[in-house]
Design a protein around this ligand. Structure first.
Ligand SMILES: Cc1cc2nc3c(=O)[nH]c(=O)nc-3n(C[C@H](O)[C@H](O)[C@H](O)COP(=O)(O)O)c2cc1C
Length: 155
């Protein structure tokens, strides 16, 4: 299989998670295109699955990462699985007000509204503070998520 891992990142934490996902997919014998959402996506989106990641900022995903989700929907990604992932501050998932919204939730809702097959639960990685670093278990959790995702596809 061939997957796309596209990420946005200001301080490098979400990029590290994207790299861990890409490494795990490659370690399982699949091909990956790893790219920033700020680069132009390939013309032919001939991927079997995609991961799109963004830091959570003001309870939202970045504009560029949401654009990738919209582009996948426009490209007719159809039933192919898409995973939204993000980085978040500690405790955010327990919040029930708007500050409990995360980039991955926003992208998952957007993708679903556009007819994409968004995988749930999405993947959240915690940063210890505003600029990072990642929580100690974040890279391991991301690799495990990617491995389980491939296993669920039967690959
Ligand atoms: C302006 C700003 C707003 C932020 N808002 C949120 C937020 O609403 N929720 C949250 O969990 N983290 C928030 N954060 C923390 C970011 O999630 C954190 O900077 C990000 O995960 C780091 O990822 P990066 O290194 O890939 O940029 C905010 C950070 C900044 C700088």
């Amino acid at each position: 299989m061939k997957g796309l891992v596209a990420y946005d990142s200001v301080y490098g934490n979400t990029k590290q998670i994207a790299e861990a996902i890409a490494e795990e997919i490659r370690a399982n014998g699949h091909e990956v295109v790893l790219m920033s959402v700020k680069e132009s996506l390939p013309e032919a989106l001939d991927f079997d699955f995609a991961f799109v990641g963004s830091p959570t900022r003001i309870a939202n995903a970045s504009r560029a990462s949401k654009k990738v989700v919209k582009r996948l929907a426009k490209a007719g990604f159809g039933a192919k699985p898409v995973v939204a992932f993000d980085t978040i501050l500690p405790g955010v998932l327990e919040k029930t007000d708007r500050w409990g919204r995360t980039a991955a939730k926003v992208m998952t809702d957007l993708g679903k509204a556009k007819g994409l097959n968004m995988r749930e639960p999405s993947l959240h990685a915690t940063v210890k503070d505003m600029k990072g670093p990642l929580a100690d278990d974040a890279v391991t959790l991301a690799r495990t998520y990617a491995k389980d995702f491939l296993a669920a596809l039967g690959k």
